[in-house]
Design a protein around this ligand. Structure first.
Ligand SMILES: [Zn+2]
Length: 304
């Protein structure tokens, strides 16, 4: 089986002298939601944690990349201030078959910025080796809870745990926008990034397509280069085997139920008390591994 190569940490580079022409996106925005004008990014108040600063490196890559597009999503108001959900689209080199669409969601709990930082690291790795994303169109949502991120709270400023609100007729604008995304793009895979301050090791949840476990296991194995795996038999109140949990909370960010072809669904949880660097590297290598393994499994499936 192919293995994703572990690369040493590095800064994202961009070449300001290069002026590439971007290809037209062919796998996105089939029906751009029309709830509101998505063209403006919110400017947080200076005393709060700044969304813009966290995303500065991604923005810089998007400016010069042939593959990464900045596409902020939606707008909503909270306390008289306008917010948007940051969204980036990474369009890999064309593969042989149909483009595979994967949604990767981070910081739906505002006090878990590790996943958002990891997405920057992940994109930097893809920029260095775009073949990793061959055949993929990746929809990246680094901060799904911008008000909670600003306030450094799990909940949104409206007092809600957004990750318990999905597909329950929620009135929370972040949830409605993200539901629209999940519905519109009909993702082949959904990946959630979280950090758990009660865990000593990395672990994950699987749901959706049966093959999810076949993706999570190698992803955790690669991540073990940077973090121990949580091998407890019970995590978060759920039965766990080798750091893999097959149940989950109600209302989490996932695909709607009863789809004819459910996507694979993986939630990665890093131990939040571990060093940030190790969490970022573990997320990044886990994501790269999932891309490699999914492509491999699809190729096998086609030959059966
Ligand atoms: Zn979380």
């Amino acid at each position: 089986m192919q293995q994703a190569a572990a690369t040493p940490p590095q800064k994202a580079t961009s070449n300001p002298t290069k002026k590439p022409t971007k290809p037209t996106m062919n796998c996105t925005m089939k029906t751009e939601p029309t709830i509101a004008n998505a063209s403006q990014v919110a400017r947080p108040l200076p005393e709060r944690r700044a969304v813009d600063r966290l995303l500065a490196q991604l923005d810089q890559i998007a400016e010069h990349s042939e593959h990464l597009f900045k596409k902020p999503l939606g707008q909503f108001e909270e306390g008289g201030k306008n917010y948007a959900l940051p969204r980036y689209v990474y369009l890999g080199p064309k593969g042989g078959g149909e483009t595979v669409r994967i949604g990767i969601f981070a910081a739906i709990h505002g006090d878990e910025p590790e996943g958002a930082l990891a997405l920057t690291r992940f994109v930097a790795a893809l920029e260095k080796n775009p073949e990793l994303a061959k055949g993929y169109c990746l929809f990246l949502y680094p901060i799904c809870n911008p008000t909670g991120f600003e306030d450094n709270t799990r909940h949104s400023r409206n007092g809600k745990d957004l990750n318990r609100e999905f597909w329950r007729d929620s009135q929370e604008p972040e949830v409605r926008w993200l539901e629209t995304e999940v519905w519109t793009h009909a993702f082949d895979g959904i990946i959630n990034l979280h950090s758990d301050n009660t865990s000593e090791g990395i672990y994950g949840y699987v749901a959706g397509a049966v093959l999810s476990e076949n993706l999570l296991e190698p992803a955790l194995r690669e991540a073990e280069q940077f973090l121990p795996r949580n091998l407890e038999r019970q995590i978060d109140g759920f039965a766990s085997r080798n750091g893999i949990i097959s149940q989950g909370f109600e209302g989490v960010l996932r695909a709607p139920q009863n789809l004819k072809r459910p996507p694979f669904e993986i939630t990665l949880e890093t131990p939040q008390k571990a060093s940030l660097h190790r969490q970022v590297e573990a997320f990044s290598i886990a994501l790269q591994t999932i891309l490699v393994e999914y492509r491999y499994l699809m190729a096998i499936a086609q030959n059966i």
